[in-house]
Design a protein around this ligand. Structure first.
Ligand SMILES: [Fe+2]
Ligand SMILES: [Fe+2]
Length: 467
């Protein structure tokens, strides 16, 4: 692959004139979208970014200053596996598909479009954050994530163009036509229409919502449709960085809050806020909001769609090889529903299986933050809300359940909701903290510096050249 190519790739694009033409036709539309819906301002600034220029160990992380519109959004698939076999579902053991089987065309396109839609959506959600960055280091990380989500869109558009003919090209246009939060043409999934206009939300989003992304990509990486599997495998290398930004971002908020608590000798939220830091109770509310929203992304507890996707080999479970049974025709799952436990065919319970492993993954971050809080001598512990809290999809949708998982009357739920998720006043306070800090090495008062800089550079490196 060559960086000088218009669309860097490892799919031999120059050999496939039709596909190349289709993608070159989509490229200006993409750039137009980036200009209108992507990061507001900063388009003329040099930013220290990582670009994937090939899939080998060296090439996937090439660091240099680049202006965002000049970023090389490429198409990269992990190299093919020799004689890859289908790893789950009713076609277990058959050769993986290099083309789309006619009978699964619609379902596969749907999966690709749904994944593809989240990528530009998150860029749109985050478009104003640059103006209120807590440091140059963070500003650079934001833009790194934005350009990579742009590349993920390219990855899905490549599949649509290469394997789905005219329908695929139409879907690729639609991916640029829907917009996060738009009244008439919103993004497909609710979480991707939620505003993300402060950095606390951004770190929550990258912790919880990008982690959903990781689980979806892991499930698609198992797909029998080999080009989808190879595409998502490569996307996962980039997704890891997004979650790193969320996890370390929140760690730094916790660290700073504990410093302020120590300085002031108090755990009184009002005094911590007056000092310009985020009290832990407020952090918990943001966590409740973004976690519950992201849990909906896994879909209904009982789902015939996910059963069909698994049985047909389109979408597996994350790390399918960790399981023994890959067919699931004869096992059941004990599902907790509002009307009591229910035995559900395992195939129909796969959304819930995935949601459970996601929750376990989230808990790792919480344990880390709670250790810091414990070491600082405080009794408070951050917790994940119950997976039944504030759900809008599935068996628990509309059920009035507390973050602890207790069913309560509607009046009680409504009365307390502003204690559980950010109130207008909480959001206004967080917004008041969002003052732009851009002197190299300096941090906003509500967040501690990171432990290290990017690519072995110091924290005070000029990651974005503003002048
Ligand atoms: Fe992504
Ligand atoms: Fe991401």
């Amino acid at each position: 692959m060559q960086l000088h190519e218009k669309i860097p790739n490892n799919v031999n694009l120059s050999q496939d004139k039709r596909l190349l033409r289709a993608l070159e036709k989509w490229q200006p539309d993409y750039l137009k979208w980036w200009g209108e819906a992507g990061p507001s301002d900063f388009q003329a600034n040099e930013i220290y970014l990582r670009t994937a220029i090939s899939v080998d160990a060296k090439g996937w992380a090439h660091f240099d200053y680049v202006k965002m519109p000049d970023y090389k959004w490429g198409i990269f698939l992990t190299p093919p596996e020799n004689d890859r076999r289908i790893g789950f579902g009713d076609f277990l053991g058959n050769p993986a598909w290099q083309e789309v089987p006619g009978e699964f065309r619609n379902a596969l396109r749907r999966l690709i479009v749904t994944q593809g839609d989240t990528e530009p959506a998150s860029v749109e959600q985050q478009r104003l954050l640059g103006h209120s960055c807590p440091s140059l280091y963070d500003l650079r990380n934001l833009f790194q994530i934005n350009v990579e989500e742009g590349r993920h869109l390219w990855a899905m558009v490549y599949l649509l163009h290469a394997y789905f003919g005219r329908d695929g090209r139409e879907e690729a246009e639609e991916l640029l036509a829907r917009h996060s939060g738009d009244k008439d043409k919103p993004r497909i999934l609710t979480t991707f229409n939620e505003p993300c206009t402060d950095w606390l939300s951004f770190f929550m989003f990258t912790f919880f919502t990008d982690r959903d992304g990781k689980f979806q990509l892991l499930a698609l990486a198992e797909s029998s449709f080999d080009p989808l599997s190879r595409t998502t495998r490569f996307m996962l290398t980039e997704e890891a960085h997004h979650m790193f930004v969320g996890e370390t971002g929140l760690s730094r908020v916790v660290k700073r809050t504990l410093e302020v608590m120590k300085e002031l000798g108090t755990d009184d939220p009002a005094r911590i806020r007056a000092h310009g830091a985020v009290d832990l109770q407020l952090l918990q509310k943001y966590l409740n909001f973004w976690c519950s929203s992201s849990l909906d992304l896994f879909g209904s507890e009982i789902s015939s769609n996910s059963a069909a996707n698994f049985a047909n080999g389109l979408k597996g479970r994350p790390d399918e090889s960790q399981y023994e049974d890959h067919v699931l025709r004869s096992s059941t799952f004990k599902m907790q529903t509002p009307s009591g436990p229910e035995d559900v065919p395992m195939l129909n319970a796969l959304n819930e299986v995935m949601r459970e492993s996601y929750i376990k993954d989230c808990e790792i971050g919480l344990k880390r933050w709670n250790r810091t809080i414990e070491r600082a001598g405080h009794a408070l512990r951050l917790t994940l809300p119950s997976s039944r809290f504030r759900r809008s999809i599935g068996a628990w949708a509309g059920q009035t359940v507390t973050p602890e998982g207790k069913a309560v009357a509607k009046e009680e739920y409504e009365k307390n909701l502003s204690q559980w998720i950010p109130s207008d006043a909480d959001r206004a306070f967080v917004h008041s903290l969002m003052q732009r800090v851009v002197e190299p090495g300096k941090m906003a008062g509500w967040i501690a510096p990171p432990e290290r800089g990017v690519n072995n550079l110091p924290v005070e490196y000029e990651y974005v050249k503003l002048h």
